[in-house]
Design a protein around this ligand. Structure first.
Ligand code: ZN
Length: 208
C-alpha cells in the first residue's frame, strides 16, 4: 500500500464516498410565479387574443448578478423560440433586470418600461395610434426597455431613458441576441425606418 493510495482512501471516506461532489445548487430569486389566468386579470381581453397565449418560466442573471426566475406571456407558436433564447441569455449571463407579466404594472406599458421590466403580451394599441400592437397577440417582446428605449420623432420612450449601446444589457444591430432572434425569423425594432424601438422584437404571422 503506497502513500498516495492511503491518501485517496482517506479522501473518499472523508467525502462520504463521493469523489466528485456535485456543485451546490444555485439559489434562484423568484420574480414571478403565477398562472396564465392570474397574468390576464384586470383587463377585458377578447378570447381571440387570449386563446393562443401561454405563460413560460425563464431564468436569467439580473444586474445584481443573482440568478432570477420570471415569466413571459407569449403566443404559443413563439414559446419554443423564447425558451431557446432565454437559455442562451442565462448561459452568456446577458443581464436582464426582471421579467414580469404586464398586469403587475396595471397594464401600463409606461410603468413597465420605466422599471426596465421585460414583457411580451400586452393588450394595447401602438402608442399614438388606433392600431393594435403585435404585443396584443403575444407576438412581440420588449427587453430591458429602460436601457433600450424607443426613439420616435426625436422623443424617447420611456421618458428619461438614454440609449447607450455600450451599457450592459443593451441591444444593438451587432448583438449576438439580435442575431439569435433573426435566425428564428424575428424582426428587431432597432432598425426600423421611422422609429427606433431598440427593446422590441416581433415575429408576426407570415401572410401568404
Ligand atoms: Zn414592443
Amino acid at each position: 500500500m503506497n502513500f498516495l493510495f492511503i491518501l485517496s482512501v482517506i479522501f473518499i471516506f472523508s467525502s462520504g464516498g463521493q469523489v466528485n461532489k456535485p456543485h451546490k445548487k444555485e439559489r434562484v430569486i423568484i420574480d414571478s410565479h403565477i398562472t396564465l389566468a392570474e397574468a390576464l386579470k384586470g383587463k377585458e381581453i377578447p378570447n381571440t387574443n387570449t386563446k393562443n397565449l401561454r405563460i413560460i418560466d425563464v431564468e436569467y442573471y439580473s444586474f445584481d448578478n443573482g440568478l432570477h426566475r420570471g415569466q413571459v406571456v407569449i403566443h404559443k407558436d413563439l414559446a419554443e423560440d423564447l425558451k431557446e433564447i432565454f437559455t442562451l441569455i442565462k448561459e452568456k449571463k446577458f443581464p436582464i433586470k426582471k421579467v414580469d407579466p404586464i398586469n403587475k404594472y396595471d397594464w401600463s406599458d409606461e410603468a413597465s418600461m420605466k422599471d426596465n421590466n421585460t414583457s411580451a403580451f400586452n393588450y394595447r394599441v401602438i402608442s399614438g395610434t388606433r392600431t393594435f400592437s403585435t404585443h396584443s397577440l403575444g407576438r412581440a417582446i420588449d427587453i430591458n426597455p429602460f436601457l433600450n428605449p424607443q426613439i420616435k420623432n426625436g422623443q424617447t420612450f420611456p421618458e428619461g431613458a438614454v440609449y447607450n449601446k455600450y451599457s450592459r444589457g443593451t441591444i444593438t444591430a451587432n448583438s449576438w441576441l439580435t442575431h439569435e432572434f433573426y435566425k428564428r425569423g424575428w424582426r428587431w425594432g432597432g432598425n426600423w425606418k421611422f422609429t427606433q424601438d431598440y427593446q422590441h422584437f416581433e415575429k408576426t404571422k407570415i401572410i401568404k
